[in-house]
Each structure stands twice: as structure tokens, then as C-alpha cells.
Write a protein of this length. Structure first.
Length: 117
């Protein structure tokens, strides 16, 4: 798959805001409804660190297969190269920060039946 420099057009969210974007590092806030998700993808050089502000977040990972559930104030780091899918883990909207870096950002989308959550 070809990597993208901006994947915001690939999936819908209730709210998206970027903070402190600099070469090699950025912070963004996302809000997902109960039916929204960030589809399967990975990053070649940057990790995603998730920090939940409000609601509950579920992160599905591959290599190895794993499911992470986060509550407000909890954090998890998906390392570079590790495929992951991010979805709402509760019955109301979830707000969370994603810290991405250090390194050049890219987004490599994944598809296929083995990627279903």
C-alpha cells in the first residue's frame, strides 16, 4: 500500500483539531461517535500515543493480535509499523489526543477481510 501524508479524508469524525504541529511531531484531538472509527492502518516511522480525555476508546492491533480498552486519563502507544484500528469503546462520544512522532508522519491504509475488528 502507498503511504499518505494526510488521511483525514479517508474517515469521518465528529471533531478534529490539530495542535503543536511541527516537523517530526504533532498532536491532534479526535472525537468519535459510537459508530465511527479510524480504519486499519500503520505508520512507517512514527508511533501513535493515545490519551483519552472523555469516554472510552478501543484499539485493535495486529502483530501480535491484541485489544486495548482505555478510560479517561489512560494512555497507550502503538509503535511504528504495527497495524491498528481505533474505535469508540462506549455508548457516548469519545474524545482523545493522538501524539504522533518522532519522525516523518505517514499513514498506510490496510484493507482485506483479515482486518475486521
Amino acid at each position: 500500500m502507498e503511504s499518505l501524508k494526510d488521511a483525514s479524508h479517508l474517515y469521518e469524525v465528529e471533531h478534529r483539531a490539530r495542535f503543536a504541529e511541527r516537523p517530526g511531531f504533532r498532536i491532534q484531538e479526535l472525537q468519535l461517535s459510537t459508530t465511527q472509527q479510524v480504519p486499519w492502518h500503520y505508520h512507517n516511522k512514527v508511533s501513535d500515543t493515545f490519551y483519552v480525555l472523555k469516554g472510552y476508546l478501543r484499539i485493535f492491533l495486529q502483530n501480535p493480535k491484541e485489544e486495548i480498552r482505555l478510560a479517561p486519563g489512560e494512555t497507550f502507544k502503538a509503535k511504528a509499523g504495527r497495524p491498528h484500528l481505533v474505535t469508540n469503546g462506549g455508548n457516548t462520544s469519545v474524545n482523545f489526543l493522538v501524539l504522533q512522532g518522532l519522525g516523518e508522519y505517514d499513514y498506510v491504509p490496510l484493507t482485506g477481510p483479515d482486518r475486521a475488528a
